[in-house]
Design a protein around this ligand. Sequence first.
Ligand SMILES: NC(=O)c1ccc[n+]([C@@H]2O[C@H](COP(=O)([O-])OP(=O)(O)OC[C@H]3O[C@@H](n4cnc5c(N)ncnc54)[C@H](OP(=O)(O)O)[C@@H]3O)[C@@H](O)[C@H]2O)c1
Length: 257
Amino acid sequence: MRVLVVGATGGSGRAAVEALTARGHEVTAFARRAGAAFREDASRGDTAVRTVDGDATRPADVGRAVRGQDAVVVALGISEHPLVVRLRGSRGTPMDVRSRGTAALVAAMREHGVPRLVVQSSYGVGETRDRLPLSSKLVFALLLRPQIVDHERQERVVRDSGLDWTIVQPVYLTDGDEAAATSPAGDVQGMHVSRRAVGGVLADLATRAGDAGGRCLAVSGAAAPAAGDPAPSPLLGSGHASGDHERTRRTRGARLG
Ligand SMILES: NC(=O)c1ccc[n+]([C@@H]2O[C@H](COP(=O)([O-])OP(=O)(O)OC[C@H]3O[C@@H](n4cnc5c(N)ncnc54)[C@H](OP(=O)(O)O)[C@@H]3O)[C@@H](O)[C@H]2O)c1
């Protein structure tokens, strides 16, 4: 499949690019400096990634990247330190980049007939807002509020898009190797999950590995498998019951399963 990854130079976006190319998909990496960021990969002979330098809030840039794709993954964010952003505002990135960029992408996808949209938001936004632990509610209120407000707007854009969408809500991201558990019911296991594993989730969802669409998926750090647990499936890991809720799925590293 042809998949556009927007925010491809960030932690999650890059992980999604790696997971998609590892699965043999044709990936276009989009960010304001995507060419420079992926030049090193290209010099290693990795020609699977096409790059487009562009601003996600500019319809013309977005249009030329979206045309001809089968699916779009959005991992837009503000790369600056959140405390600096909270105190002084972001320097090079608009505070509403997530919602504005996603709105521009939705418009381009509708225009060019690209059906599948996977958007990374955050656990604690929208339908999981009330499920956030108290300590994280404080972090959201004091440190992240303007960015969370924009995630709320972004999720509304996605839900109203009329596209075949999935919203992915990870807990705190790390650069480690924690496996991921996904839950449509909003259940979480550990409150940390690796960008690498989240990249695998984004890749599988974009290429429709077992996803129904039109739903929100919480992604958290998976508990270590107990002895005797079934081996993960090649797609979305081994499902296991989580109370009365829908299945929670576990996956390891960048590859789901
Ligand atoms: N950090 C966490 O613990 C956590 C937890 C849950 C959810 N999230 C959410 O997950 C998302 C991704 O987080 P991350 O830490 O992986 O991302 P990140 O490292 O902050 O990367 C953000 C990406 O967005 C791109 N970008 C920003 N403005 C752009 C623009 N105008 N046009 C094109 N590209 C633009 C950046 O590239 P350029 O700047 O080079 O253009 C970069 O590729 C964020 O929305 C974040 O709120 C984060």
